[in-house]
Design a protein around this ligand. Structure first.
Ligand SMILES: [Zn+2]
Length: 472
């Protein structure tokens, strides 16, 4: 065959392949979102999943051309399979509260039950849902399967009419071509309606002044559901502040004062379904430092703290791009294994050979790997501050005093991290993801590491990859 003919043949093949992708959506799906609800239960030794219900979450807000998740992030991964052709027609990675809970000491003594959902375009015909989980080598293996018949009685196609106003805070285009974020308020009573809109605007301003969100702002839509809470402020049991939440979000998850989560997934999903969405941000009308973020579930942040902007961005990093925490000296709820295997998160690595590092193309020739830095000095200071922080929390110190401690810490850290031999260089800096040794981050500083104001190059690269996977 002549080269020219081969070229046209390849071009034709390419065009056919790209067309079939767009047509796939109409072949398999309606313009509607199926929400598959289930219970996820177990303890440190066993894990079970049990069907709850299938409901409609309104129009499909996700991409209609990028149906397969090639990034494969998260602890779990679900696939929708067409049984006739045995092909995967939709897939997404995600993480779950259960996945964290099973690693904490409590799971060795008690059972835990968590409600979860996976959402995907509404199938036209029968499909199979397969849930996969990481094994000890971090590979996905199937753990559960369910045959879905969209015509069956257990499938409820009725949309849920929302009782709340919608605030269209940022609109840049049709949901299917944009990344859609739904904002849910927690602890905003009737009289806080105006404050809520201000806080949503503050969130948008904070998020989109940080790269790469700044350059990609036009790829996002943001809508808030103006949920009214029975009272102003949030539940904080460790400080003897008790409230009844609107979304179930509360401080004190897994016994950690600053960790906020909401366990009533059905309530949160029902509230979010008022608008098309792929990502969820829950704003806490509170001044106490705290938040949480789980990949493809939600991120949560307190709105009236001196570090609110940091909390917005850091927690959204977990939720949006499955970014790992780059810090490692704090007392966290997780129990990490002693053997280090390569983490799947895109901003951390166990590799010390340049060629095997995820962000290798960003490392300059003359930067050594692992990259030397003032680790000992930094770690000692960090541990000291952690101790002080724990003492102050135990003594129920004023939030203003805690903020002062954090501010002093940040000043000291910036001074050290900005004045080292390899400051400003991309490499592999030891210490990340709750490991003082054996796990590396790409840059001396990052908003996933300290309370600084920017993402490191590896985090920026990861966020861009996630955006590219959803928009054209
Ligand atoms: Zn980073």
């Amino acid at each position: 065959m002549k080269t020219k003919n081969l070229f046209f043949l390849l071009l034709l093949l390419f065009v056919t392949l790209s067309m079939s992708k767009a047509q796939d959506y109409d072949k398999y799906f309606k313009d509607k979102t199926m929400r598959f609800d289930f219970f996820h239960l177990g303890n440190a030794n066993e894990e079970h999943i049990s069907f709850d219900q299938i409901v409609s979450d309104g129009i499909w807000g996700g991409s209609k051309t990028k149906l397969i998740d090639k990034l494969r992030l998260g602890k779990y991964f679900f696939e929708i399979i067409d049984p006739e052709s045995n092909t995967i027609i939709y897939s997404r990675g995600y993480s779950a509260i259960y996945g964290e809970w099973e690693t904490i000491p409590e799971a060795k003594e008690k059972w835990g039950v968590f409600h979860e959902s996976v959402r995907f375009p509404w199938p036209v015909k029968k499909v199979t849902l397969v849930l996969n989980k990481r094994n000890e080598k971090n590979e996905f293996t199937p753990v559960w399967k369910y045959e879905i018949d969209p015509q069956a009685d257990y499938v409820n196609p009725a949309d849920l009419n929302s009782l709340f106003n919608i605030y269209n805070a940022m609109e840049n285009g049709d949901p299917e071509n944009k990344l859609d974020i739904v904002v849910l308020p927690e602890g905003y009573a009737k009289e806080d309606a105006e404050k809520l809109r201000k806080d949503v605007d503050h969130l948008i301003e904070s998020l989109f002044k940080v790269e790469p969100f700044k350059s990609r702002k036009n790829d996002f839509n943001i809508r808030a559901v103006e949920v009214i809470a029975p009272n102003s402020g949030c539940n904080h049991p460790q400080q003897d502040i008790y409230k009844r939440p609107a979304t179930s979000v509360s401080y004190g998850a897994f016994g950690s004062q600053r960790y906020a989560l909401g366990y009533d997934n059905k309530k949160i999903r029902d509230l979010a379904s008022a608008v098309p969405y792929e990502y969820t941000i829950i704003l806490m009308n509170d001044s106490i430092y705290g938040g949480g973020g789980i990949y493809n579930l939600y991120s949560i942040a307190a709105c009236d703290n001196a570090f609110t902007e940091y909390l917005f961005v850091h927690e959204f990093g977990h939720h949006f791009a499955d970014l790992a925490d780059e810090y490692y000296t704090s007392a966290t709820a997780y129990e990490m294994g002693s053997t280090v295997i390569e983490p799947w998160e895109l901003n951390v690595t166990s590799q010390t050979e340049k060629e095997k590092i995820k962000w290798k193309e960003l490392i300059e020739e003359d930067t050594p790997v692992p990259t030397p830095w003032e680790k000992e000095k930094f770690d000692n200071h960090s541990i000291e501050v952690q101790k002080k922080r724990a003492e102050m929390r135990a003594a129920k110190s004023k939030e203003a005093d805690m903020e002062k401690l954090f501010r002093n810490q940040q000043e000291w850290e910036e001074e050290v991290l900005n004045n080292m031999k390899y400051s400003g260089k991309i490499g592999a800096f030891e210490g990340a993801m709750y490991h003082q040794y054996g796990i590396y981050r790409s840059y001396p500083n990052c908003i996933m590491y300290t309370r600084t104001t920017y993402f490191c190059p590896a985090c920026q690269r990861a966020i861009n990859m996630v955006i590219d996977q959803s928009v054209e």
